[in-house]
Design a protein around this ligand. Structure first.
Ligand SMILES: [Zn+2]
Length: 410
Protein backbone atom coordinates (compact mmCIF):
# COMPACT_ATOMS: atom_id res chain seq x y z
CA UNK A 1 0.00 0.00 0.00
CA UNK A 2 1.31 3.44 -0.91
CA UNK A 3 0.28 6.63 0.80
CA UNK A 4 0.29 9.38 -1.79
CA UNK A 5 -0.69 13.01 -1.97
CA UNK A 6 -2.60 14.23 -5.02
CA UNK A 7 -2.22 17.69 -6.54
CA UNK A 8 -5.14 19.00 -4.51
CA UNK A 9 -3.37 17.91 -1.29
CA UNK A 10 -5.72 15.01 -0.51
CA UNK A 11 -4.26 11.78 0.91
CA UNK A 12 -4.60 8.77 -1.40
CA UNK A 13 -4.08 5.19 -0.17
CA UNK A 14 -3.23 3.09 -3.17
CA UNK A 15 -2.60 -0.58 -3.75
CA UNK A 16 -1.63 -1.70 -7.21
CA UNK A 17 -3.26 -5.02 -8.07
CA UNK A 18 -3.38 -7.00 -11.32
CA UNK A 19 -7.08 -6.40 -11.95
CA UNK A 20 -8.77 -4.67 -14.87
CA UNK A 21 -11.33 -3.33 -12.39
CA UNK A 22 -10.61 -0.22 -10.36
CA UNK A 23 -12.22 0.33 -6.96
CA UNK A 24 -12.16 3.80 -5.55
CA UNK A 25 -13.64 5.01 -2.31
CA UNK A 26 -13.89 8.47 -0.79
CA UNK A 27 -13.81 8.19 3.02
CA UNK A 28 -15.15 10.90 5.29
CA UNK A 29 -14.70 10.84 9.05
CA UNK A 30 -18.36 11.52 9.71
CA UNK A 31 -20.60 8.91 11.30
CA UNK A 32 -23.10 8.21 14.01
CA UNK A 33 -20.53 8.92 16.77
CA UNK A 34 -20.70 12.53 15.59
CA UNK A 35 -24.45 12.64 16.15
CA UNK A 36 -24.36 14.15 19.60
CA UNK A 37 -28.00 15.12 20.12
CA UNK A 38 -30.81 12.54 20.28
CA UNK A 39 -32.61 14.17 17.34
CA UNK A 40 -29.44 13.86 15.24
CA UNK A 41 -29.33 10.06 15.30
CA UNK A 42 -29.39 8.84 11.70
CA UNK A 43 -28.73 12.19 10.04
CA UNK A 44 -25.27 11.24 8.71
CA UNK A 45 -26.95 8.33 6.97
CA UNK A 46 -29.64 10.67 5.63
CA UNK A 47 -26.93 13.03 4.36
CA UNK A 48 -25.28 10.13 2.55
CA UNK A 49 -28.57 9.55 0.67
CA UNK A 50 -28.74 13.24 -0.23
CA UNK A 51 -25.38 13.12 -1.99
CA UNK A 52 -27.22 11.14 -4.67
CA UNK A 53 -29.82 13.88 -5.08
CA UNK A 54 -28.08 16.35 -7.36
CA UNK A 55 -24.93 18.47 -7.57
CA UNK A 56 -24.05 21.84 -9.06
CA UNK A 57 -23.10 19.92 -12.24
CA UNK A 58 -25.80 17.26 -12.33
CA UNK A 59 -29.44 16.65 -11.47
CA UNK A 60 -30.12 13.45 -9.51
CA UNK A 61 -31.17 11.76 -12.75
CA UNK A 62 -27.91 12.83 -14.39
CA UNK A 63 -25.93 11.31 -11.52
CA UNK A 64 -27.61 7.94 -12.05
CA UNK A 65 -27.46 8.23 -15.82
CA UNK A 66 -23.78 9.26 -15.93
CA UNK A 67 -22.62 6.49 -13.62
CA UNK A 68 -24.56 4.06 -15.81
CA UNK A 69 -23.16 5.51 -19.00
CA UNK A 70 -19.58 4.74 -17.96
CA UNK A 71 -20.60 1.36 -16.56
CA UNK A 72 -19.64 2.25 -13.01
CA UNK A 73 -21.17 0.57 -10.00
CA UNK A 74 -21.74 3.27 -7.41
CA UNK A 75 -22.65 2.84 -3.77
CA UNK A 76 -22.25 4.40 -0.33
CA UNK A 77 -22.22 3.38 3.32
CA UNK A 78 -22.64 5.13 6.64
CA UNK A 79 -21.13 3.61 9.74
CA UNK A 80 -20.30 4.63 13.30
CA UNK A 81 -17.08 6.46 12.47
CA UNK A 82 -17.25 7.14 8.77
CA UNK A 83 -19.26 7.61 5.60
CA UNK A 84 -17.87 6.34 2.30
CA UNK A 85 -18.76 6.77 -1.38
CA UNK A 86 -17.41 4.20 -3.79
CA UNK A 87 -17.22 3.18 -7.41
CA UNK A 88 -16.09 0.02 -9.17
CA UNK A 89 -15.38 0.48 -12.82
CA UNK A 90 -13.35 -0.88 -15.75
CA UNK A 91 -9.90 0.64 -15.81
CA UNK A 92 -10.34 2.52 -19.09
CA UNK A 93 -13.46 4.23 -17.70
CA UNK A 94 -11.95 5.14 -14.36
CA UNK A 95 -11.24 8.76 -15.21
CA UNK A 96 -14.84 9.45 -16.31
CA UNK A 97 -16.23 7.64 -13.27
CA UNK A 98 -13.91 9.44 -10.86
CA UNK A 99 -15.05 12.80 -12.19
CA UNK A 100 -18.68 11.88 -11.34
CA UNK A 101 -17.69 10.57 -7.90
CA UNK A 102 -15.68 13.66 -7.08
CA UNK A 103 -18.57 15.88 -8.19
CA UNK A 104 -20.85 13.90 -5.86
CA UNK A 105 -18.58 14.33 -2.84
CA UNK A 106 -17.81 18.05 -3.23
CA UNK A 107 -20.69 19.60 -5.15
CA UNK A 108 -23.89 18.13 -3.72
CA UNK A 109 -26.61 20.78 -3.46
CA UNK A 110 -28.95 18.98 -1.00
CA UNK A 111 -32.16 20.21 -2.65
CA UNK A 112 -35.06 20.48 -0.22
CA UNK A 113 -37.71 19.06 -2.57
CA UNK A 114 -35.61 15.90 -3.03
CA UNK A 115 -35.16 15.59 0.74
CA UNK A 116 -38.93 15.36 1.22
CA UNK A 117 -39.05 12.51 -1.33
CA UNK A 118 -35.91 10.74 -0.09
CA UNK A 119 -37.33 10.55 3.44
CA UNK A 120 -39.64 7.78 2.23
CA UNK A 121 -36.74 5.70 0.92
CA UNK A 122 -34.82 6.04 4.18
CA UNK A 123 -37.88 5.20 6.28
CA UNK A 124 -38.46 1.98 4.35
CA UNK A 125 -34.79 1.11 4.82
CA UNK A 126 -35.20 1.54 8.58
CA UNK A 127 -38.41 -0.54 8.52
CA UNK A 128 -36.54 -3.34 6.74
CA UNK A 129 -33.83 -3.21 9.36
CA UNK A 130 -36.38 -3.36 12.18
CA UNK A 131 -38.15 -6.27 10.51
CA UNK A 132 -35.01 -8.37 10.89
CA UNK A 133 -35.32 -9.65 14.48
CA UNK A 134 -31.64 -10.39 15.03
CA UNK A 135 -30.62 -6.89 13.88
CA UNK A 136 -33.36 -5.29 15.92
CA UNK A 137 -32.40 -7.14 19.10
CA UNK A 138 -28.74 -6.28 18.59
CA UNK A 139 -29.57 -2.62 18.33
CA UNK A 140 -31.85 -2.69 21.39
CA UNK A 141 -29.22 -4.65 23.33
CA UNK A 142 -26.50 -2.09 22.50
CA UNK A 143 -28.78 0.83 23.38
CA UNK A 144 -29.90 -0.77 26.63
CA UNK A 145 -26.34 -1.77 27.51
CA UNK A 146 -24.49 1.41 26.61
CA UNK A 147 -27.24 4.01 27.01
CA UNK A 148 -28.59 6.82 24.82
CA UNK A 149 -25.13 8.03 23.76
CA UNK A 150 -24.90 4.92 21.62
CA UNK A 151 -26.24 5.93 18.18
CA UNK A 152 -27.19 3.45 15.48
CA UNK A 153 -25.98 4.61 12.05
CA UNK A 154 -29.22 3.76 10.25
CA UNK A 155 -31.18 6.07 12.59
CA UNK A 156 -34.85 6.06 13.51
CA UNK A 157 -38.05 6.93 11.68
CA UNK A 158 -39.05 9.73 14.03
CA UNK A 159 -35.84 11.67 13.41
CA UNK A 160 -36.05 11.28 9.65
CA UNK A 161 -39.63 12.57 9.63
CA UNK A 162 -38.68 15.63 11.69
CA UNK A 163 -35.28 16.51 10.21
CA UNK A 164 -34.89 19.58 8.04
CA UNK A 165 -32.35 19.75 5.27
CA UNK A 166 -30.34 22.28 7.35
CA UNK A 167 -29.90 19.62 10.04
CA UNK A 168 -28.28 17.35 7.46
CA UNK A 169 -26.23 20.15 5.90
CA UNK A 170 -24.69 20.78 9.34
CA UNK A 171 -22.84 17.44 9.12
CA UNK A 172 -21.57 18.19 5.62
CA UNK A 173 -20.34 21.65 6.61
CA UNK A 174 -18.76 20.43 9.85
CA UNK A 175 -17.20 17.10 8.91
CA UNK A 176 -16.81 16.88 5.12
CA UNK A 177 -13.62 18.90 5.15
CA UNK A 178 -9.84 18.89 5.37
CA UNK A 179 -8.10 15.78 6.67
CA UNK A 180 -11.46 14.17 7.41
CA UNK A 181 -11.54 13.26 3.72
CA UNK A 182 -9.22 10.74 2.05
CA UNK A 183 -9.32 8.36 -0.90
CA UNK A 184 -8.57 4.62 -1.22
CA UNK A 185 -7.87 3.08 -4.62
CA UNK A 186 -7.09 -0.47 -5.75
CA UNK A 187 -6.40 -1.16 -9.40
CA UNK A 188 -3.83 -1.72 -12.09
CA UNK A 189 -2.74 1.85 -12.68
CA UNK A 190 0.63 3.44 -12.12
CA UNK A 191 0.67 5.80 -9.18
CA UNK A 192 1.60 8.59 -11.59
CA UNK A 193 -1.44 7.96 -13.81
CA UNK A 194 -3.67 7.72 -10.75
CA UNK A 195 -2.47 10.99 -9.25
CA UNK A 196 -2.91 12.71 -12.60
CA UNK A 197 -6.58 11.70 -12.73
CA UNK A 198 -7.28 12.55 -9.09
CA UNK A 199 -5.42 15.84 -9.38
CA UNK A 200 -7.57 16.84 -12.34
CA UNK A 201 -10.93 16.50 -10.56
CA UNK A 202 -10.52 16.36 -6.81
CA UNK A 203 -11.52 19.60 -5.05
CA UNK A 204 -9.93 18.95 -1.64
CA UNK A 205 -8.94 21.97 0.43
CA UNK A 206 -6.72 22.18 3.51
CA UNK A 207 -9.48 23.17 5.92
CA UNK A 208 -9.33 22.86 9.67
CA UNK A 209 -11.25 19.91 11.20
CA UNK A 210 -13.03 19.76 14.48
CA UNK A 211 -11.53 17.25 16.91
CA UNK A 212 -13.91 14.37 17.48
CA UNK A 213 -14.95 14.02 21.10
CA UNK A 214 -16.02 10.51 21.99
CA UNK A 215 -19.15 10.44 24.18
CA UNK A 216 -19.14 8.79 27.60
CA UNK A 217 -20.70 5.39 28.21
CA UNK A 218 -21.57 3.45 31.31
CA UNK A 219 -22.51 -0.20 30.87
CA UNK A 220 -25.73 -1.57 32.31
CA UNK A 221 -25.34 -5.37 32.67
CA UNK A 222 -28.98 -6.08 33.61
CA UNK A 223 -31.08 -8.54 31.62
CA UNK A 224 -33.07 -7.03 28.75
CA UNK A 225 -36.39 -8.63 27.80
CA UNK A 226 -38.10 -7.50 24.59
CA UNK A 227 -41.65 -8.44 23.69
CA UNK A 228 -42.33 -10.05 20.35
CA UNK A 229 -45.95 -11.11 20.22
CA UNK A 230 -47.00 -14.50 18.87
CA UNK A 231 -43.47 -15.37 17.91
CA UNK A 232 -42.61 -19.05 17.53
CA UNK A 233 -38.98 -18.12 17.61
CA UNK A 234 -36.89 -16.53 20.33
CA UNK A 235 -33.82 -14.40 19.80
CA UNK A 236 -30.90 -14.03 22.16
CA UNK A 237 -27.96 -11.68 22.32
CA UNK A 238 -25.20 -11.84 24.89
CA UNK A 239 -23.04 -8.75 25.25
CA UNK A 240 -19.86 -8.39 27.21
CA UNK A 241 -17.82 -5.19 27.29
CA UNK A 242 -14.12 -5.67 26.62
CA UNK A 243 -11.20 -3.30 26.77
CA UNK A 244 -10.06 -1.40 23.72
CA UNK A 245 -7.52 -3.42 21.75
CA UNK A 246 -5.69 -0.94 19.57
CA UNK A 247 -2.76 -2.97 18.32
CA UNK A 248 -3.08 -5.00 15.15
CA UNK A 249 -1.68 -8.07 16.87
CA UNK A 250 -4.36 -7.89 19.55
CA UNK A 251 -7.15 -7.40 17.04
CA UNK A 252 -5.88 -10.38 15.01
CA UNK A 253 -5.62 -12.53 18.14
CA UNK A 254 -9.20 -11.72 19.05
CA UNK A 255 -10.33 -12.45 15.51
CA UNK A 256 -8.55 -15.82 15.36
CA UNK A 257 -9.82 -16.76 18.83
CA UNK A 258 -13.42 -15.94 17.98
CA UNK A 259 -13.06 -17.84 14.74
CA UNK A 260 -12.11 -20.90 16.83
CA UNK A 261 -14.97 -20.31 19.23
CA UNK A 262 -17.43 -19.99 16.36
CA UNK A 263 -16.35 -23.33 14.92
CA UNK A 264 -16.63 -24.99 18.30
CA UNK A 265 -20.04 -23.58 19.20
CA UNK A 266 -21.38 -24.32 15.76
CA UNK A 267 -20.30 -27.93 15.94
CA UNK A 268 -21.46 -28.51 19.50
CA UNK A 269 -24.65 -26.47 19.90
CA UNK A 270 -25.91 -26.17 16.33
CA UNK A 271 -24.68 -29.23 14.45
CA UNK A 272 -24.50 -31.96 17.10
CA UNK A 273 -27.33 -30.90 19.39
CA UNK A 274 -29.51 -28.85 17.03
CA UNK A 275 -30.45 -26.41 19.76
CA UNK A 276 -30.47 -23.32 17.61
CA UNK A 277 -29.18 -21.90 14.39
CA UNK A 278 -26.71 -19.11 13.73
CA UNK A 279 -24.61 -18.91 16.86
CA UNK A 280 -21.85 -16.51 16.02
CA UNK A 281 -19.53 -14.64 18.37
CA UNK A 282 -18.37 -11.27 17.04
CA UNK A 283 -16.53 -8.27 18.39
CA UNK A 284 -17.49 -4.63 18.11
CA UNK A 285 -14.79 -1.97 18.30
CA UNK A 286 -16.21 0.81 16.14
CA UNK A 287 -17.16 3.12 18.99
CA UNK A 288 -14.70 4.08 21.69
CA UNK A 289 -16.24 3.12 25.04
CA UNK A 290 -18.64 0.53 23.53
CA UNK A 291 -16.11 -2.21 22.74
CA UNK A 292 -17.74 -5.57 23.30
CA UNK A 293 -18.10 -9.19 22.33
CA UNK A 294 -21.59 -10.17 21.26
CA UNK A 295 -23.13 -13.50 20.41
CA UNK A 296 -26.47 -13.88 18.62
CA UNK A 297 -28.66 -16.92 18.56
CA UNK A 298 -32.16 -17.78 17.40
CA UNK A 299 -34.07 -20.85 18.55
CA UNK A 300 -37.56 -22.23 18.95
CA UNK A 301 -39.31 -21.01 22.12
CA UNK A 302 -39.05 -24.42 23.79
CA UNK A 303 -35.27 -24.40 23.55
CA UNK A 304 -34.71 -20.94 24.92
CA UNK A 305 -33.98 -21.85 28.53
CA UNK A 306 -31.62 -24.59 27.54
CA UNK A 307 -29.71 -22.34 25.17
CA UNK A 308 -29.33 -19.65 27.81
CA UNK A 309 -27.93 -22.26 30.17
CA UNK A 310 -25.80 -24.23 27.72
CA UNK A 311 -24.00 -21.58 25.70
CA UNK A 312 -22.01 -20.16 28.66
CA UNK A 313 -21.18 -23.73 29.68
CA UNK A 314 -19.98 -24.54 26.17
CA UNK A 315 -17.79 -21.42 26.19
CA UNK A 316 -16.30 -22.62 29.45
CA UNK A 317 -15.52 -26.04 28.00
CA UNK A 318 -14.06 -24.35 24.94
CA UNK A 319 -11.64 -22.28 27.00
CA UNK A 320 -10.58 -25.30 29.05
CA UNK A 321 -10.17 -27.88 26.30
CA UNK A 322 -9.94 -26.32 22.86
CA UNK A 323 -7.17 -23.74 23.04
CA UNK A 324 -4.39 -26.21 22.36
CA UNK A 325 -1.34 -25.22 20.34
CA UNK A 326 -2.31 -27.55 17.50
CA UNK A 327 -5.77 -26.10 17.19
CA UNK A 328 -4.50 -22.53 17.40
CA UNK A 329 -1.97 -23.24 14.65
CA UNK A 330 -4.68 -24.70 12.45
CA UNK A 331 -6.94 -21.69 13.05
CA UNK A 332 -4.16 -19.24 12.22
CA UNK A 333 -3.59 -20.92 8.87
CA UNK A 334 -7.28 -21.02 8.02
CA UNK A 335 -7.63 -17.41 9.01
CA UNK A 336 -4.71 -16.31 6.82
CA UNK A 337 -6.22 -18.26 3.94
CA UNK A 338 -9.44 -16.25 4.33
CA UNK A 339 -7.41 -13.04 4.21
CA UNK A 340 -5.72 -14.26 1.03
CA UNK A 341 -9.17 -14.75 -0.51
CA UNK A 342 -10.14 -11.24 0.53
CA UNK A 343 -7.08 -9.85 -1.22
CA UNK A 344 -8.54 -11.09 -4.51
CA UNK A 345 -11.32 -8.53 -4.32
CA UNK A 346 -10.56 -4.91 -5.16
CA UNK A 347 -13.53 -3.66 -3.13
CA UNK A 348 -12.38 -5.52 0.00
CA UNK A 349 -8.91 -4.06 -0.47
CA UNK A 350 -10.17 -0.48 -0.45
CA UNK A 351 -12.32 -1.21 2.61
CA UNK A 352 -9.44 -2.76 4.54
CA UNK A 353 -7.13 0.12 3.67
CA UNK A 354 -9.80 2.58 4.75
CA UNK A 355 -10.41 0.74 8.02
CA UNK A 356 -6.68 0.74 8.81
CA UNK A 357 -6.26 4.42 8.04
CA UNK A 358 -9.36 5.40 10.02
CA UNK A 359 -7.65 3.70 12.95
CA UNK A 360 -4.46 5.68 12.32
CA UNK A 361 -2.57 2.74 10.89
CA UNK A 362 -0.46 3.38 7.85
CA UNK A 363 0.83 -0.09 7.01
CA UNK A 364 -0.70 -2.34 4.37
CA UNK A 365 -3.34 -4.34 6.29
CA UNK A 366 -2.75 -7.48 4.19
CA UNK A 367 1.00 -7.30 4.75
CA UNK A 368 0.39 -6.99 8.46
CA UNK A 369 -1.75 -10.13 8.44
CA UNK A 370 0.55 -12.25 6.31
CA UNK A 371 3.64 -11.25 8.23
CA UNK A 372 2.05 -10.84 11.65
CA UNK A 373 -0.38 -13.75 12.01
CA UNK A 374 2.20 -16.57 11.94
CA UNK A 375 4.19 -14.77 14.63
CA UNK A 376 1.34 -14.40 17.09
CA UNK A 377 2.08 -16.46 20.17
CA UNK A 378 -0.44 -19.06 21.35
CA UNK A 379 -0.55 -17.53 24.79
CA UNK A 380 -1.49 -14.13 23.36
CA UNK A 381 -4.57 -15.63 21.70
CA UNK A 382 -5.41 -17.68 24.79
CA UNK A 383 -4.91 -14.70 27.07
CA UNK A 384 -7.04 -12.28 25.09
CA UNK A 385 -9.84 -14.75 24.58
CA UNK A 386 -9.96 -15.72 28.24
CA UNK A 387 -9.98 -12.07 29.23
CA UNK A 388 -12.83 -11.38 26.80
CA UNK A 389 -15.08 -14.34 27.52
CA UNK A 390 -14.97 -15.01 31.22
CA UNK A 391 -17.47 -13.52 33.68
CA UNK A 392 -20.44 -11.21 33.40
CA UNK A 393 -22.35 -10.99 30.20
CA UNK A 394 -25.54 -9.07 29.64
CA UNK A 395 -28.35 -11.35 28.51
CA UNK A 396 -30.91 -9.94 26.05
CA UNK A 397 -33.93 -11.99 25.01
CA UNK A 398 -36.65 -11.19 22.50
CA UNK A 399 -39.65 -13.45 22.27
CA UNK A 400 -43.27 -14.02 23.16
CA UNK A 401 -44.31 -13.38 26.73
CA UNK A 402 -44.48 -17.04 27.73
CA UNK A 403 -41.11 -17.81 26.17
CA UNK A 404 -39.27 -15.16 28.11
CA UNK A 405 -41.14 -15.52 31.40
CA UNK A 406 -38.40 -17.67 33.03
CA UNK A 407 -36.07 -14.69 32.81
CA UNK A 408 -38.12 -12.13 34.71
CA UNK A 409 -36.12 -12.74 37.86
CA UNK A 410 -32.97 -13.80 36.15
ZN1 LIG B 1 -29.31 4.02 3.34
Amino acid sequence: MQILTAGSGITVLFKRIPSKLVSCKYYIRCGSVDEVLPEQEGLCHALEHMLFQGTTQRSWQDQVHDFNKVGAYSNAETDFGHTAYEIHVAQDRFESAFEILSDQVYNATLPNDRWEIEKGTIISEIEDFQDTPAELLNMLAMKDGFGPNYKEPIGNIENIKNAKIENLAYFKDTFYRGRNIFICVAGNLSSKALLKIIGKYDKWQPQRCRVRRPPEFKFDPRVLLVEREHSQQSYITWIKPIKRYTRVREEMSLDIGLYMLYNYLYEDIVWDRGLCYNLRPMYFMDVEGCECIYINAACSNGRLEQIVEDVPKAIDVFLKTQMTSDKIEEAKLAWVRDALDAEESSSIITSWMGHAYLNNRTKDPFDEIFKGAPRIKDHTIRGILTECLIADTKLCVMGSDSAKSPFYNY
